[in-house]
Design a protein around this ligand. Structure first.
Ligand code: IPM
Ligand code: MG
Length: 361
């Protein structure tokens, strides 16, 4: 298969972790006889430094012309980096929001899995963690508060800020369909998370999700209020299969879910549109404090590359090879600093990439 990939190394640890993911992809491509070509684009702070904006039209066009996009991370230290002195629409994050919108990546899949090999890293009590868990957060990514009208005004000498939370039924329906489709391939349960006791947008969300559920009689649907969900994630994470939720709730809950796995450096994500096209990136951020020190954990990006092979190209065998190599490295006792535990061997970012490549060949 001939594959054209656009890479966004980005900021902070982004370039290091993308380099390792490419090493792993190259090994898989060679072993299974595919042809993968990469084109890099700048985004976030890296683009601001060169072009003065966090995302250019040319970069969007390059991404659009590829079969999929592999991203590292963007952004810097919000208190010290000069990027955060710029107006909000010129800061690194605006690049990420811009590419999500431009590529219509409305479905954000964020798996949160407790790896058996890393169970000690789970911060929950053992009586909870011993049940294991494997959930997928399906977060709506191009609507809601993130993309509603916003402004800051001054009225009679009083500053006032306004953000708007808007969803129409089509936006809700298409993400709900993605949620139910994926639940069908998993444990056949959807927990739709909203704040229907307060918000109109949530009441519409709930009504549309109910309508979509009628086409999936084999999938169990339950509704949960977002505050309760935040609590249930630490009380009994094993109850979840697919969590279906709007943009802002999904942002917050996915950080919480990844934290309870104890290994955010391991969690991949995919942002998809209506076609096979997707943008794949680790769930974690750019960790500017450890950037350039060969300390980052490249596994989340490597697993994102595996998701890319699986979801955009239906290359399941190749994706399995990556997932298995990662598990094997963990079983063999190698750890980066973030997932280090007693008795294991601590390795850097590059070495971790090499060890995974060795297990693919
Ligand atoms: C995420 C991040 C982004 C978001 C930021 C960087 C804009 O937190 O992907 O979860 O809020 O969506
Ligand atoms: Mg977030």
């Amino acid at each position: 298969m001939k594959l054209k990939i656009t890479c966004i190394p980005g900021d902070g640890i982004g370039p290091e972790i993308v380099a390792e993911a490419r090493k792993v992809l190259d090994a898989v491509v060679e072993k299974y006889g595919h042809d993968m070509q990469y084109t890099d684009i700048l985004m976030g702070g890296a683009s601001i430094d060169v072009h003065g904006v966090p995302l250019t039209d040319e970069a969007v066009e390059t991404a659009k012309s590829a079969d999929a996009v592999l991203m590292g991370s963007i952004g810097g230290d919000t208190t010290t980096s000069p990027w955060y002195k710029l107006p909000p629409n010129l800061r690194p994050e605006a690049g990420l929001l811009g590419i999500r919108k431009a590529l219509n990546l409305f479905a954000n899949l964020r798996p949160a899995v407790l790896y058996e090999e890393l169970a000690q890293a789970c911060p929950l009590k053992q009586e909870i963690s011993e049940n294991g868990f494997d959930m997928l957060i399906m977060r709506e990514l191009t609507g809601g508060l993130y993309f509603g009208e916003r402004k800051t005004v001054e009225e009679n000498g009083v500053r006032k800020a306004i953000d708007t939370l808007t969803y129409d039924e089509n936006e809700i329906r298409r993400i709900a369909v993605k949620g139910f489709d994926i639940a069908r391939k998993r444990k056949k349960k959807v927990t739709s998370v909203d704040k229907a006791n307060v918000l109109d947008s949530s009441r519409l969300w709930r009504a549309v999700v109910e309508e979509v559920a009628k086409d999936y009689p084999d999938v169990t649907l339950e509704h949960m209020l977002v505050d309760n969900c935040a609590m249930q994630l630490v009380k009994d994470p094993a109850q979840f299969d697919v969590i279906l939720t709007e943009n802002m709730f999904g942002d917050i809950l996915s950080d919480e879910a990844s934290m309870v796995t104890g290994s955010i450096g391991m969690l991949a994500s995919a942002s998809l549109n209506d076609t096979k096209f997707g943008l794949y990136e680790p769930s974690h951020g750019s960790a500017p404090d450890i950037a350039g020190k060969d300390m980052a954990n490249p596994i989340a990006t490597i697993l994102s590359a595996s998701m890319m092979l699986r979801y955009s190209f239906d290359l399941d065998k190749e994706a399995d090879a990556i997932d298995e190599a990662v598990k094997q490295v963990l079983r063999d006792g190698y750890r980066t600093g973030d997932i280090m535990s007693e008795g294991c061997e601590k390795v850097g970012c590059k070495k971790m990439g090499d060890l995974i490549v060795e297990r693919i060949k």
